[in-house]
Design a protein around this ligand. Sequence first.
Ligand code: SF4
Length: 479
Amino acid sequence: MPGLDVMLEKLKILADSAKYDVSCSSSGADRTKTNKMGTAAVSGICHSWSADGRCISLLKILFSNRCVYDCEYCVNRRSADVQRASFEPEELAKLTIEFYKRNYIEGLFLSSAVEVSPDYTAERILKALSLLREKYGFSGYIHAKIIPGVSAELVRQIGMQADRLSVNIELPTKESLAILAPQKKAAGILTPMRQITNTMKEQKSLKGAGNRFSKLKQGNDYLLNGMALPTAVREQEAKYGMVPYDKGSLHRFAPAGQTTQMIIGATPESDRQIIRMSESLYKKFQMKRVYFSAYIPVVSSSKLPALLTPPPLLREHRLYQADWLLRFYGFSAEELLDEDSPFFDLELDPKVTWALRHLELFPLEINKVSMEELLRIPGVGNISAMRIVRQRRLGAVTFDDLKKIGVVVKRARYFITCNGKYYGAGDIASECIRERMLSQEKIRSGLLPREKEEQLSLFGSERRNLLYEPKEAARGLLV
Ligand code: SF4
């Protein structure tokens, strides 16, 4: 093992090189106070969300940033003038387990540049993961990147060690891939994606998969519990120099599924193309997530946006909102954008934009429409839709109930009626609603002044009028 200084230098270079990959959900934060404990940015610790909603810390790092490819958009490309470093498998395994023991991290997010060839890099990654799992007994979360073009055997072996796999699609079309990353081929990206999907399906179909009291005992090469291991498994261990599976180890192929990432704004594709591609990835490959990464110009190239171009963060945000609509609200990509309007409105969210383009479907009566229709109303989320349906069983939902239920009333009011009454004020016309919603947004963000608000006074005019309102006084309700 090299000295501490060398390891720290490698850690610094390889954690910094990994920061543009967003498919682990977030990047390390830069804390500038050097007299305090902890340096998340330098040591590459980022945060991700576990399946049960917990925020977990991951060591986000590249195995190597020495790349034989020359992708135009990448800081680590062969022709870039950057510091280079690579881990040895033992170094990475040791580093991860030491971080884990010190409670700095709960898992590892491991990617790599293409050092020598995809298979050469994948073999070294596999060796590191095998050491980590079998020699150091690490059973925490591992997210491993599969390099496009890697052989099927290695995908399978890495999948047996990792919880989640990802193959980055990088760019939305083959044409852009050919221009910006000519060494990567669409087939080299889609083939491992398909293999991961098929292997997960095959594993799921095994009777008793994941249940140590059933078929698992027969020992198959997805679920190894120390019974008679198939010879093929032992052969593979020897072939790739892996640490032999421990007798008690239980391995499953990528139990947390697969994800991918697409760069936004480096190439001229429309939001429609991007969202259609992402819908097809969810359908074909059962992706857990498609991540979008706003392109940050870090290299100067005539094929890319100029160096000082701001990253399209708002566009990225709109794409994530649209992705949410695809996954949880029953929308299709075709509904969200069409050929005439292929980009999302940056001023309003995609659900509002869709509703404004389909005002013929609104207003919807909150007390009558189906769950599917409720989910189409801007301002109504999954939970509030469920609450509305539940409350309707007890009695009609009133406009005042909506806020308590969790509906964003200031958005929903233009698209609903509540017990037959419309609360949107004014015309149900696309431009009027758009204007009103935009002014609300501007008021919220401080771009427009709020109307003068007055502190209620015991002796103010409104109160005085009420006090002397004859009908109320006669009923003895006031005074
Ligand atoms: S393969 Fe392309 S994107 Fe990946 S590290 Fe190498 S140059 Fe960068």
